[in-house]
Ligand binder design. Sequence first.
Ligand SMILES: *Cc1c(COP(=O)(O)O)cnc(C)c1O
Length: 402
Amino acid sequence: MPGFELFGAEERKEVNEVLETGILMRYGFDGPRKGQWKAKELEAAIQERFGVQHAHLTSSGTAALTTALAALGIGQGDEVIMPAFTFVASFEAVLSVGAIPVLVDVDKTLTLDPQAVAKAIGPKTKCIMPVHMCGSMANLDALMDLATAHGLFLLEDACQSIGGTYKGKHLGAIGHAGTFSFDFVKMITCAEGGVVMTNNKEVWTKADGYTDHGHDHLGIDRGADLHPFIGYNFRISELHAAVGLAQIRKLDDFLVRQKANNLALRKHLESIPEISFREVPAGGVDSCSFLSWFLPTTELTQAVIEAFKAKGILAGHFYWFANNWHYIRKWDHLKLAQSLNRLHPDQVNALLRLSEQDFSSSDAIMGTCVSTAISLVWTPEQIEEKGSQMAECIRTVLKAQA
Ligand SMILES: *Cc1c(COP(=O)(O)O)cnc(C)c1O
């Protein structure tokens, strides 16, 4: 997945162009910046590459989600339906705008189960937030149908699926709004950064102001801007945007390498009949940043993880079921509503109820799933070695437990 693996002269050139002017801010200083507008250039490149009318950069993917929610008008008391398998940022963003995260089960796509979403829709629901985890996607047609039928927004957290597509459209460019993260371990990186994408001009205008203290960016200079609403500072810097600009130009190359490496590794596991793979919805194209595979039971999966550990080959394999960051099971801070700033009682009550909620169908899926991160710089020999070691370990465990 990570674009940082192929950081080089292109990134240095873009950053140096900014350093030579000394104008590190994305707004203003029109004269001294000598024509360098890296953030604007990156936004234009994103619009072009992902086929979306508007893109607005932010300081992180979390800031992009927060901004998108605010720009869609989601706030106090509103419910946002999201998967129980996601990164903590998804619920952080929802809580930060005063809304309530409603966590529901995932299916073998590793993201929202449309039936679980349908059951969770109630009078307070405002938004469905699929999180396209590990490079591939939710069943977006089914979710969009639900959103349309109930008058809800569809906000795609596509932070870790840059480059995946669904029915010919780019993930993140399909819902009412979508977000990418450009943090250090994402498909392309700015070091830190994110983007809100939308085809709705009003949502974009709001995102533009919200991330810069409510500035309308219509004055002859910053001092003359008006503030139609309250905003915050979620700006990206020119230095960060410069890195991203070099990276987006290399994205197609990254994706080709990633796909080839993913398929080569997959071949090793396909030879084991007990292994199945993540479901990709019809019409979807996986970005291939991870190879996600399933074993028949949680016990077997745990035994394989132990065997990988014993062999010293666990690095790069993610057993999300036992991981602190990505699955409801380990989110005690969330389930206990441990927040530094006081949350609204409705938010607290909703979070406390999570402990009693039945996530057994997600447990059955996540308990049997391992995701293997795909490197852009593996050599064919390294893939061969890795794949053989994995397959051998898995076969030994299967034999011992048969
Ligand atoms: C990385 C990520 C985020 C947050 O992005 P940051 O840039 O790290 O704030 C949000 N959602 C998902 C699914 C992510 O993987």
